[in-house]
Write a protein that binds this ligand. Structure first.
Ligand SMILES: [Zn+2]
Length: 182
């Protein structure tokens, strides 16, 4: 596998690990084990954003926090992928490289053509533009995989009880700290 090549697994949305390390279920190191070594866990509220550090969690509470954070990350990724799909759907006939690379595997990819209207639309959504440029994935496969992950988390998360003290919404692990667990 040469530099810059995308593995077959990545092409089809499998074994995907993005540069921010937000994929939990598909990588080797297990954050639910890694977190047990830490006494103090920085967290933030997914609703009001308030930050705090928890220092008296049981092992099962720590693991539960990892699950909830992974769930939040999956929801976040799903929101982004849906926005990308909505953007692509506005340009059904476009052969713009950014669209073709995310819709077709390398060996079945049609030739690219410039598309100024799509460039303009992409320029208006800089977070999407950055996301597309930083990651290798096929949108239909990745969306299916993340939908399945979200459903799995929804089925498994039944007794999560670590709440924000201000608004009583859910707490998730600080992003930077969470990435270090992977
Ligand atoms: Zn809150």
């Amino acid at each position: 596998m040469g530099g810059g090549e995308v593995s077959a697994g990545e092409e089809y949305g499998l074994n995907h690990r993005d540069t921010e390390g937000t994929e939990l279920a598909m990588i080797n190191c297990d954050p639910a084990e890694a977190i047990l070594k830490h006494l103090v866990i920085p967290v933030f509220c997914v609703k009001c954003g308030s930050q705090t550090r928890l220092d008296s969690l049981s092992d099962s509470e720590k693991k539960s926090l990892v699950e909830m954070t992974s769930f939040q990350n999956a929801l976040e990724e799903r929101r982004m992928l849906i926005r990308i799909k909505q953007l692509f759907d506005r340009f059904p006939d476009s052969k713009h490289a950014s669209i073709m690379c995310k819709l077709f595997p390398r060996d079945r990819r049609p030739g690219f053509e410039p598309d100024a209207a799509f460039d303009e639309a992409l320029g208006n959504q800089p977070d999407i533009k950055k996301y597309l440029s930083k990651r290798s994935f096929l949108l239909p496969a990745r969306l299916r995989a993340i939908e399945a992950q979200v459903v799995q988390y929804q089925n498994e998360l039944s007794d999560y009880s670590i709440q924000c003290q201000k608004c009583f919404d859910l707490l998730a692990i600080d992003k930077e700290f969470f990435n270090q667990l992977n």
